[in-house]
Design a protein around this ligand. Structure first.
Ligand code: ARG
Length: 473
């Protein structure tokens, strides 16, 4: 395409005598990354031109030429037949310059009653809104994978950990449902962000609004927004929607990273709780026995980039006076990179969760070690022998010490052993010392008992099926 005047920028070069220094061009240009916004830019311009004509600000002939020209440009870009120019700085001016070449003077009327400040705010909002919808779909897919695994393993007993020390037996289904809650919160954050973002910036112009009789409600509804933004200064200086996307991405990536860490630990030969499918692991070039959880490790590492992007953009924004400053051009790469990383991490994790093989025997054996039913013994003493919990805790501690001395599990202590610690203990106690009895007894709402876990699975399935809960309005 025509690259514009050699001496200065053809869009705003009127008052500039000479072209930008090469280094200025390099630091100023955003086309290298904001060309990703071409389709949003064209959509926005078509809606703007249509509104200008409806309001009698431009003629319908001009509108038709503009809309046809923009449609041509869209197919040129989509088919790879568009030459982006760095001298034209960004996607907005690349498109507009091409429009001038295609349709002549009418192109110059498109920018009536708007500025690149509201234009970029519009394009970027449209892009983030679509990305939030993609994130919503990806999170839903991961949650669905977890629900299936939870259903399958609602009775599979594993050790529950605190401090990564064996704490109490839980079920693998219950553990999976913990992740459903985490990713479910991410999903609701996405929904909230869409609600807040759903205001249309176009028409704020440079920062003060415009004297032309525009109809901002018309452009807002044409572009699928709930309503126009309410303050023109805020509109061109606000990047909260980008920060919210990055914070949602950071929290969600942090959840993914914790899961990745668990998968890394669980798939070691020492734990042996799960086996990753070949599709999500790699071998070692020197050690033939190895199967490495590379996908999980990379998901864990991607979190670093995503968290970094959030801090980067917060730092860009924190010193900016109202309204627009060019600093804000640095918003896009952070968001694009995080979006790509998060999408990839969610997809990889969904695959891993769906594919991994659970070693039920190994989990169960580990669940019984480390005196994991000690709390059950203490609870039994409270319930059946009328002890205060603190006293029961003390008695149980002595039982654990005895078992340790005899190198056996709590359930392998004899009744005499237990009676030597507290005379009121009866052989009934053995019914609570198995891991199955332990999990089955945790019937409190939200507890690990298989019946409770199955109730939660049904609740989440109903919630996911009810689109109104997840819709973005
Ligand atoms: N490329 C710019 C950005 O991404 C577009 C807005 C430029 N506005 C301006 N007044 N220079 O922020």
């Amino acid at each position: 395409m025509v690259d514009g005047s050699k001496s200065s920028n053809q869009m705003w070069g009127g008052r500039f005598a000479s072209g930008p220094a090469a280094i200025m061009e390099e630091i100023n240009a955003s086309i290298g990354f904001d060309k990703k916004l071409f389709s949003e830019d064209i959509r926005g311009s078509i809606a703007h031109a249509t509104m200008l004509a409806a309001q009698g600000i431009i003629t319908t002939e001009d509108r038709d030429q503009i809309v046809n020209g923009l449609t041509t440009i869209r197919s040129e870009i989509e088919s790879g037949n568009f030459e982006f120019s760095r001298r034209l700085e960004d996607i907005h001016m690349n498109v507009e310059a091409r429009l001038a070449t295609l349709i002549g003077p009418a192109a110059g009327r498109l920018h009536t009653a708007r500025s690149r400040n509201d234009q970029v705010a519009l394009d970027f909002r449209l892009w983030v809104k679509d990305e939030l919808a993609r994130t919503q779909a990806a999170l839903t897919g991961l949650i669905a994978a977890f629900l299936d695994r939870a259903d399958e393993h609602a009775d599979t007993v594993m050790p529950g950990f605190t401090h990564l020390q064996t704490a109490q037996p839980v079920t693998f289904g219950h553990h999976c449902m913990a992740y459903v809650e985490m990713f479910g919160r991410d999903l609701s954050r996405v929904r909230d962000a869409i609600t807040r973002l759903d205001e249309c910036p176009i028409g704020a112009a440079a920062l003060a609004g415009t004297g032309f009789p525009i109809d901002r409600h018309m452009t807002a509804s044409a572009l699928g927004f709930r309503e126009p933004t309410r303050n023109s200064i805020d509109t061109v200086s606000d990047r909260d929607f980008a920060l919210e996307f990055l914070s949602i991405a950071s929290i969600s990536a942090t959840h993914l990273s914790r899961l990745a860490e668990e998968i890394v630990i669980w798939s070691t030969p020492q734990f042996g709780f799960v086996r990753l499918s070949d599709a999500f692991s790699t071998g070692s070039s020197i050690m033939p026995q190895k199967k490495n959880p590379d996908a999980a490790e990379l998901v864990r590492a991607k979190t670093g980039r995503i968290n970094g992007s959030l801090i980067a953009l917060l730092t860009v924004m924190k010193g900016l006076p109202l309204a627009y400053s060019k600093d804000m051009q640095e918003d896009k790469e952070q968001v694009f990179d995080s979006a790509e990383s998060l999408e990839l991490a969610l997809a990889a994790m969904t695959g891993m969760v769906r594919d991994l093989t659970v070693n039920v025997e190994r989990m169960k054996a580990a669940a019984g070690s480390g005196y994991s039913t000690a709390t059950d013994l203490a609870d039994w003493l409270v319930r059946e022998a009328g002890l205060a919990f603190r006293d029961a805790h003390h008695v149980t501690g002595r039982a654990v010490a005895l078992a340790e001395q005899k190198s056996c599990d709590l359930s392998a202590l004899t009744l005499d052993d237990l009676r030597s610690i507290h005379p009121d203990i009866t052989d009934q106690v053995f019914s609570v010392l198995t891991v199955e009895a332990s999990v089955a007894s945790r019937l409190s709402f939200g507890g690990t008992a298989p019946v409770r876990v199955r109730e939660q699975i049904s609740w989440w399935r109903a919630k996911l099926a009810d689109q109104s809960v997840l819709r973005s309005d």
